[in-house]
Ligand binder design. Structure first.
Ligand SMILES: *C/C=C(C)/C=C/C=C(C)/C=C/C1=C(C)CCCC1(C)C
Length: 258
């Protein structure tokens, strides 16, 4: 098993997450207000967790070849003439932690209650875990439909949780969001649409990539995930933390319009 040119993209991702983390630390260093601090802490951890997972992928520690675990994969229709299927497991240890934190940031901004936050996080965790099942499925007990079909079924289950999550992001947060004022409301809307728009690309990229139909190869797939991850985490954080008055007005309906 050898990593190829995708390592370049993984190193760029590692550097980008590190810089993002350092930027959030520097910006948040002198922030004394507890309300503001909460956002800095969550956002800094998002970049920090992604940094460590990217480092694990770039150094090669985080890659497994599924054909080592399941030699029968070679020669199946699913793999074609390929002899290995490299999986970067740190994507999932990253996403299982960072996607709930991203939602938590957004929910904090809206002033959501605990039940709403728990529902968002629950749907999100189910999405990532079933996505992991899709990624690792190699040995169906009943393989009359083929390995590829089993993987796509789990991908579909994960997409179901994703759609429920998006639905709830609008329904569950609607009341709170409508009470936000001026700039806070516009930041909230920007971030929410960012989540819908950017997160939507992940399942598409998975299915066209090496884990799914194999339309794009590993280097392109890795480059794409790197751009998505940096935008969804560092880009998200920059927009969220841009204005302190937005953070101060978070979750308050009686705030003065900006
Ligand atoms: C910073 C990382 C982020 C924002 C990752 C988001 C990941 C997803 C929205 C992944 C979704 C997937 C599905 C909906 C189907 C199965 C495959 C996944 C896990 C890529």
């Amino acid at each position: 098993m050898a990593q190829g040119s995708e390592t370049t993209w993984l190193w760029i991702g590692t550097a980008g997450m590190l810089l993002g983390m350092l930027y959030f630390i520097a910006r948040g260093y002198n922030v004394k207000d507890e309300r503001r601090q909460k956002f800095y802490i969550v956002t800094t951890f998002i970049a920090g967790i992604a940094f460590t997972n990217y480092l694990a992928m770039a150094t090669g520690f985080g890659v497994i070849d599924l054909t080592d675990i399941a030699p029968w994969l070679v020669g199946t229709e699913f793999l074609g003439d390929k002899t290995e299927l490299l999986i970067y497991w740190p994507r999932y240890t990253d996403w299982i932690l960072t996607t709930p934190l991203l939602l938590y940031d957004l929910a904090l901004l809206a002033g959501a209650d605990r039940n709403t936050i728990a529902t968002l996080v629950g749907l999100d965790v189910m999405m990532i875990l079933t996505g992991l099942v899709a990624t690792l499925t190699v040995s169906p007990v009943n393989d009359s439909i083929g390995i590829g079909a089993h993987r796509i079924i789990w991908w579909g289950v994960s997409c179901g949780f994703f759609l429920a999550l998006i639905f709830y992001l609008f329904r569950g947060l609607a009341d709170r969001a409508s009470q936000l004022s001026g700039q806070t409301k516009s930041t909230f809307n920007t971030l929410r649409y960012m989540i819908v728009g950017i997160w939507f690309v992940y399942p598409v990229w998975w299915i066209v990539g090496t884990e799914g139909l194999g339309v794009v190869g590993l280097p392109i797939e890795t480059a794409g995930f790197m751009v998505l991850d940096l935008t969804a985490k560092v880009g998200f954080g920059i927009i969220l933390l841009r204005s302190h008055s937005v953070l101060d007005d978070a979750g308050t309906s009686q705030a003065a319009p900006a």
